[in-house]
Design a protein around this ligand. Sequence first.
Ligand code: MN
Length: 244
Amino acid sequence: MTTCTASPELIDDLVSANRILYNEAVVDGFGHVSVRHDRCDDRFLLAAGLAPAVVTADDILELDFEGNVHDAQGRRSYLERFIHSEIYKARPDVVAIVHSHSPAIIPFGVTRATLRPVCHMSGFLGFSTPVFDIRDSDGENNDMLVRSNALGKALADSLGNNDFALMRGHGSITVARSLKLVVARAIWAEMNAKLQTEAMRLAAAFGDGEVNYLTPGEAAGSMAINETVVDRPWQLWKEKAQRK
Ligand code: MN
């Protein structure tokens, strides 16, 4: 791979994305966010193998779509970088990806409960959220990590044309056409999981068990309008993360 320096603005935004996702409790010591390179279309940017909260501009690595790191200078990449490389390969429309272990989402990957939009910020979730089960690709004895091109491809296949997928017993994948949007979606997915769990509890305790979800038309309509104003929450989240 030749040297091709990404714009300082993009690197700065990717550092902010790491800090925001930690500050908003989407990632902790683990989890990662990537974005397509803005000057070379054969690669993407992803932090070195660090906790997102401590990532700086010097930690941003360039990777190709086979998961190779360019000019690593001793920096190690994430074991699960193949999540990103294989989704970029399969989905030309995807510009940014978040992988997280955010906790409220996990129960939806291990039960028959389907994650669906219960509020107007989460229409992107859709109505038949895919669940990637690593056992289907890696057998009964595995370490739960997407640590190879083949497992990354299996995950990308499971995601299909959706914007969100669960990973059974592990976490989730969120994709979007911009970095700011993928950060917002990852935050809103976790929020939706919390709200849906509460709604299901209340429905079971006080109602007939039914939750009144958004209709597909409401999900599409609210998503279209929310996604035009994503700069506003981004500014708030960025400022909150910087104050820490
Ligand atoms: Mn993981």
